[in-house]
Design a protein around this ligand. Structure first.
Ligand code: EPZ
Length: 420
């Protein structure tokens, strides 16, 4: 297995190009199951999760290619509708094929994704919504068996909790359903907005895009024609690099980024004393005179993103005073705390609230990545650690950060990837 070796205290400088969004790409790839033509998608990040979903579609009989950040997919010759456990277990977002497969073929089998490090992550809301649309759902030997022999019917869906992939699944299922579907308490993440926009450009009438109330007018089973498009920038990758600039008190510029997707992240950085120059597609972060402690509560978009929680916890170890971070979305998303403590951070946990007292002296050590965003928090801490830090199990990072070490090295970090 690979690990990252970092030497701390190298100042960063220059600019970094942000890649396309992993969490936008995944539903958009699943959406190609609704298309009658070959779909071309640009600005797709070359990360493991994307390759995993493409492999799943290929196993179903789709023709896929992925070169230079562009994917082409033709699902016209699909022969199978069973998404096997061996792939789904490696990436829970595989559940995104459930809605499209069911609405197109009237049946499918998708392995239950199982939990992951950050929580149990059930899919009950996905399944209840599909049942309201007429699906017959049974769980058998770890698989979701979904049947809708007459196709799906539009329904009024009210999500008890805001679910990003749940909203995406139902939007895609509704696109080919008979009649109109309304979704109340829909997710408003930019990744869901892009999915709705691409479907709308492809002929599916959708109202309320970007709001918590969506109305999708199904086309009763007609496969759609999807014109080429590019994936939006990855706001979480961008937020992670902003934290890299902040934690090293450097001036760096992010290009190919969508600032309006980062409003709460930028506001929190400015509250901590950093200054961000915002242009149409770039952000430059400048050092703080004094890094101030803050209080953070994670919320669904447009609130402070849970996917930035670990990164800000690393940053808060350098703030003057006591910061608090409350994680409201996942029940176990503090796996990075013990590893940050090993590096010298002063963090106390009480239920879903972490209290971070700074500034702490961070000393290099061996640490272990546990999930995608926790791993990036360890990289951030290692950038300012005294001495050397080895971060193990970085396959977690490879799932969602494209060329992380080469991007950081180009900014001036002393980092290399080695084999255990
Ligand atoms: C998406 O996961 C993202 N993944 C996650 O990013 C992100 O952390 C999460 O949204 C929240 O923003 C992708 O988009 C591929 P949810 P998702 O359904 O859709 C509960 C990363 O780092 N829930 O919005 O799986 C659930 O347990 C990843 O890139 C149910 O109870 O998250 C959680 O507490 C990590 N029943 C909350 O809702 C359900 O049926 C939000 O989950 C579905 C969800």
């Amino acid at each position: 297995m690979d690990y990252l070796k970092l030497h701390g205290h190298a100042p960063l400088h220059g600019s970094v190009a942000i890649s396309g969004a992993k969490n936008a790409s995944l539903p958009l790839i699943a959406m190609t199951l609704l298309s009658k033509n070959t779909v071309s998608i640009g600005n797709v990040p070359e990360v493991v999760d994307i390759k995993t979903l493409l492999k799943l579609l290929q196993n179903l009989g789709a023709e896929c290619s992925f070169n230079e950040h562009r994917i082409t997919i033709n699902t016209g010759s699909l022969t199978d509708t069973k998404a096997n456990y061996d792939i789904v277990k490696t990436m829970r977002a595989s559940i995104l094929v459930l809605g499209p497969l069911l609405t197109r073929f009237g049946h499918c089998e998708v392995s239950l994704p199982g939990g992951c490090a950050i929580g149990q992550r059930p899919i009950d809301l996905h399944l209840k919504a599909l049942e309201k649309m007429g699906a017959i759902i049974t769980i058998k030997s770890g698989y979701v068996l979904a049947e809708a022999p007459e196709g799906l019917s539009g329904a009024s869906i009210v999500f008890d909790k805001i679910t990003v992939t749940g909203t995406a699944n139902i939007v895609m299922a509704a696109a080919l359903a008979r009649g109109t579907t309304t979704i109340t308490n829909a997710a408003r993440e930019p990744e869901v907005v892009q999915l709705c926009e691409v479907l709308q450009h492809s002929g599916i009438a959708i109202e309320g895009i970007g709001s918590a109330d969506l109305t999708i007018h199904g086309n009763n089973g007609t496969l759609i024609d999807i014109a080429p498009f590019d994936v939006i920038p990855d706001r979480i990758e961008a937020g992670t690099y902003l934290c890299a600039g902040a934690i090293t008190n450097s001036t760096i510029t992010l290009t190919h980024v969508e600032p309006k997707h980062l409003e709460t992240v930028i506001a929190k950085l400015e509250e901590m004393g950093f200054h961000c120059d915002i242009n149409e597609h770039s952000i430059t972060i400048h050092p703080a005179q004094q890094v101030k402690a803050v209080n953070i509560v994670t919320q669904e978009y447009p609130g402070f993103p849970t996917d930035m929680q670990a990164q800000f916890m690393a940053l808060c170890t350098q703030a003057e005073g006591t910061s608090t971070i409350e994680e409201r979305l996942f029940e176990n998303r503090f796996m990075h705390v013990s590893e940050l403590q090993r590096l010298g951070a002063d963090i106390k946990l009480s239920g879903h609230i972490a209290t971070i007292t700074g500034p702490s002296k961070i000393s290099g050590s061996d640490v272990m990545a546990t999930d995608l965003r926790a791993s990036s928090a360890l990289v951030l801490a290692a950038l300012i650690a005294d001495g050397e830090t080895d971060i193990h199990r970085i396959y977690h990072l490879d799932r969602g950060y494209e060329k992380l070490e080469s991007k950081l090295k180009a900014l001036g970090a002393v980092i290399q990837r080695s084999k255990e």
